[in-house]
Design a protein around this ligand. Structure first.
Ligand code: 13P
Ligand code: SF4
Length: 298
């Protein structure tokens, strides 16, 4: 059985499998740890394993490599990227910085390492509000690349920020109209939504949360039905941890094609062949690490 083979090689190589909440059910089930971007970067920083197989997308594996440069970081499919992360380039950020030389740069973790290296702070959807709130009042802030997460943070903190034009195509399949329809069908359901969604959709929801925030919220909620406004892969974990509760995707189309590139066969292959190794050049990693560590310290 493929799962058993994965376990055997994993033990032999002292490897650990980290999986994002959006991964396929069979990947989540074989992983040592399933979590959101923030928790996965903490795990990568603290594990004693020699090899980390990262079942997620490229920027997540890069972040693991920056935090653990002495470990082998494997991404089972080299094409598993994040289109939003590629909506900001180091050139475009440098240009913006030259227009606002007094601004602090906060980069969403969904960015290439070279962009993090040009940033003062990194943040995830779990701590974006906290990171921005920690920046002294009156300081100009550039936030990149997600204009929707940026808009959400502006609304939560009351801080003015210069935004760039990035967005997650997968989360744009969730609409206010779709949520309102489902609320009519399931009037008892609580609507949880990811802050990568557009503000109109967020306003139709009850709680805006990171993916781990959703898992914690559902576990402690007395409600038994939830409309889930994020990538549908998370519903596997939510059902597993809360078998007595019901979950309805805010849209069945909210499937990230990049996350889904990782399959159980590719995971086995990655472990067998030590492929694809993700490395970040030392000079870039050193600068990017400062922005990530500032976030982890908060
Ligand atoms: P989380 O940090 O909430 O897991 O989100 C990552 C991501 O890519 C959302 O699309
Ligand atoms: Fe990127 Fe969106 Fe996929 Fe998350 S869901 S990895 S932001 S494309």
């Amino acid at each position: 059985m493929i799962q058993q083979k994965i376990q055997e090689i994993k033990e032999k190589k002292q490897a650990i499998i980290l999986a994002h909440n959006y991964q396929r059910p069979e990947i989540q089930d074989v992983a040592d740890f399933v979590g959101d971007s923030l928790d996965l970067s903490r795990m990568a920083a603290n594990t004693s394993a020699r090899t980390i197989v990262f079942c997620g997308v490229h920027f997540m594996a890069e972040t693991a490599s920056i935090l653990s440069p002495d470990k082998m970081i494997l991404l089972p499919d080299i094409d598993a990227g994040c289109p939003m992360a590629d909506m900001v380039t180091v050139e475009s950020l440098r240009k913006l910085k030259s227009i606002h030389p007094d601004a602090v740069v906060v980069s969403y973790v969904n960015t290439p390492a070279v962009v993090k290296a040009e940033s003062d702070y990194c943040c995830t959807s779990a701590n974006g509000v906290r990171v921005v709130s920690a920046i002294p009042d009156g300081k100009k802030i550039i936030f990149t690349p997600d204009k929707y997460l940026g808009a959400y943070i502006i609304r939560q903190t009351g801080r003015d920020m210069i935004l760039t034009n990035g967005f997650c195509p997968t989360h744009q399949t969730i609409t206010r109209e779709g949520i309102l329809e489902l609320k009519k069908k399931y009037p008892q359901a609580i609507v949880i939504i990811h802050p990568e969604c557009n503000p109109e959709a967020i306003d139709a929801a009850d709680e805006a949360l990171s993916t781990n925030g959703m898992c914690k919220f559902v576990a402690s909620s007395e409600a038994s039905e939830f409309i889930v406004g994020t990538e549908t892969g998370i519903i596997h974990r939510l059902k597993k941890e809360n078998p007595q509760k019901q979950f309805y995707p805010a849209s069945p189309r909210t499937v990230c094609p990049n996350m889904k590139l990782i399959t159980i066969e590719k995971l086995l292959w990655a472990l067998e062949k030590d492929e694809y190794q993700i490395e970040v050049p030392e000079d870039v990693a050193e600068k990017a690490k400062m922005a990530i560590e500032r976030m982890l310290q908060l």
